[in-house]
Design a protein around this ligand. Structure first.
Ligand code: FAD
Ligand code: SF4
Length: 342
């Protein structure tokens, strides 16, 4: 681990002004250039940042902590009845919040199922959404792959069992955040604040950046920007939801596959709107938009759910070692639709 200066920001503006670069940008330069560059990055509670430092993948000259900025760890109701979540809220605190458990049970399930109790007590929502990918070539100093500014993807022809089945060329990462799968299905928005006056807002779905837009970052965070809120719309009457995941083990690991389904029903029991999002499937949370449209106007039963499960995999291009994800996702989509509808 390199030597670095450490500071605690007291205000959002102070933190934003200090953050000269993003972690993604800092990791793109060669290891030698990284040592020499003057780079200040922010950290929340440091789980992912510390991993990157220990592996020698990130060598900032300064780290600015967000932990002492008042108000960033609050959850509250918006004027329109939606939820405003501060980025420093821990996964455990969010999972336990009464409005999350009452109104967004799929989110509570995803939070309860992420990582392990110890990690959920420290991991923040902002850090979760901005954690870097788990691709083992990316996480090793020995491989300078495309995403780190090198010239080659080692996973495409290598060990790719945990990699993407959609949009996996030329980089096959899966988005690492399980929480993002549900937040995208719920129509969350993200607020980003810089040192100036106005904050930027955008749908969380658009915040995530696929490889064809930029190979070296997973999101649209800019230098001198801080995530200051995640907002969830109030679910309309008749909304039901589910999140299901499958991992190699129940705890302490990222899922092999996860699915979030949000269905809105009309008074007659037909589906009025559907959101189906596959996690651990693509470099960004993957919406099965054609399948969503096919559910509109339908009553949900076993046959409809089974055909949606098959349809959600249309366009998948599995790699040499991850075709097992196809039946896994098919089953998860079918079961999540039935769970949400039931
Ligand atoms: C064993 C293990 C299992 C895990 N399992 C899962 C899992 O199943 N599902 C899952 O989704 N995650 C999982 N995680 C990931 C974990 O949830 C994240 O590492 C954690 O949430 C990061 O939060 P943090 O506060 O420690 O972030 P940090 O490590 O402090 O920051 C992470 C990144 O976010 C940036 N950042 C943080 N907050 C802000 C902000 N407000 N504005 C701008 N930038 C910011 C930092 O600069 C950094 O780039 C697991 C982690 C471990 C170690
Ligand atoms: S999948 Fe992406 S992160 Fe992994 S080795 Fe290939 S380019 Fe690098």
């Amino acid at each position: 681990m390199n030597r670095f200066a450490f500071a605690s920001a007291r205000t959002i503006k102070e933190a934003a002004a200090a953050a000269s670069t993003t972690v993604a940008q800092a990791m793109t330069v060669s290891p030698e250039a990284m040592e020499q560059a003057e780079t200040a990055i922010v950290k929340a509670n440091g789980i992912d940042v510390l991993d990157l430092l220990k592996e020698g993948l990130l060598k900032p000259s300064r780290i600015v902590s967000l932990a002492r900025i008042p108000g960033l760890d609050e959850v509250g109701e918006d004027k329109d009845g939606g939820l405003r979540i501060g980025p420093m809220v821990t996964l455990a605190a969010l999972a336990g919040h009464h409005l999350v458990r009452e109104r967004y049970p799929a989110l509570a399930d995803a939070l309860d199922g992420a990582a392990s109790p110890q990690i959920r007590n420290a991991a923040t929502l902002g850090g979760n959404l901005l954690q870097r990918p788990r691709c083992w070539y990316f996480r090793s100093q020995a491989f300078r792959c495309l995403r780190k500014g090198g010239g080659h993807c080692f996973a495409i022809t290598g060990e790719n069992q945990y990699h993407a089945i959609f949009n996996n060329m030329p980089c096959a990462i899966v988005h690492p955040s399980t929480v993002a799968t549900v937040l995208v299905a719920l129509g969350a928005t993200i607020e980003l604040t810089g040192p100036g006056e106005a904050a930027r807002q955008m749908p969380l779905e658009d915040f995530f950046v696929p490889p064809e837009r930029d190979l070296q970052r997973e999101n649209d965070l800019r230098p001198q920007e801080i995530v200051t809120a995640i907002r969830l719309p109030k679910p309309s009457p008749g909304t039901r939801m589910a999140h299901l995941k499958q991992g190699e083990k129940d705890s302490f690991d990222w899922p092999l596959a996860d699915v979030a389904v949000v269905l809105e029903f009309d008074g007659a029991g037909a589906c009025r709107r559907a959101a189906i999002v596959l996690g651990a499937a693509a470099p960004v949370p993957h919406r099965a938009k054609t399948t969503e449209a096919a559910l509109v106007g339908r009553r949900i039963d076993e046959t409809v759910a089974a055909s949606a499960g098959r349809a959600a995999l249309a366009g998948a291009t599995p790699l040499s070692k991850n075709a097992y994800k196809l039946p896994l996702f098919e089953a998860l989509v079918r079961r999540a639709i039935l769970k949400a509808a039931g």
